[in-house]
Design a protein. Sequence first.
Length: 163
Amino acid sequence: MPLQRDWLDDGSLLMLLPEALLGEWHGVATGDYDRACERADSWLTLLPVDGGLGLLLGGDPGMALLLRDASDMLTVVRWHYADGEDELVEFALRGEAIAATEPDLVFENKRAAWVMFDSASDPLADRPPMRFFELPAARIRVTTKFLESERNAAIVHVFRPDV
């Protein structure tokens, strides 16, 4: 039986935010979602949120999956196209067939508990589907690559401590 993975697909831009800042994001109820849309021209963008930072998964909205790679680093896989889920995940984790990259993002992470959710929503009032994950409280470097082959394509973000 194939492994069931927990993709998030809410049809909108996805936001990664420290759990402690969830009450500071209000989606379409305020200008937060408009601000996110204005900054969505990159695949990954740092977005200030009430004295902290969030990460916006920009570009085309789509399905995203949080995984740990072989070295236990957080990897976000964004489905572009594939013949099947297992094949796409294996392809994304191998990191081959790089078609494009963006400059690395480096930020100081002060909080371990993070959440991924639909940026159009108010996470506390709307209670949208959310995915919870942890990042080390350290300086973090995120590499972003668009991987593409004949059968699969994905945007892949890998989070690592920046030493």
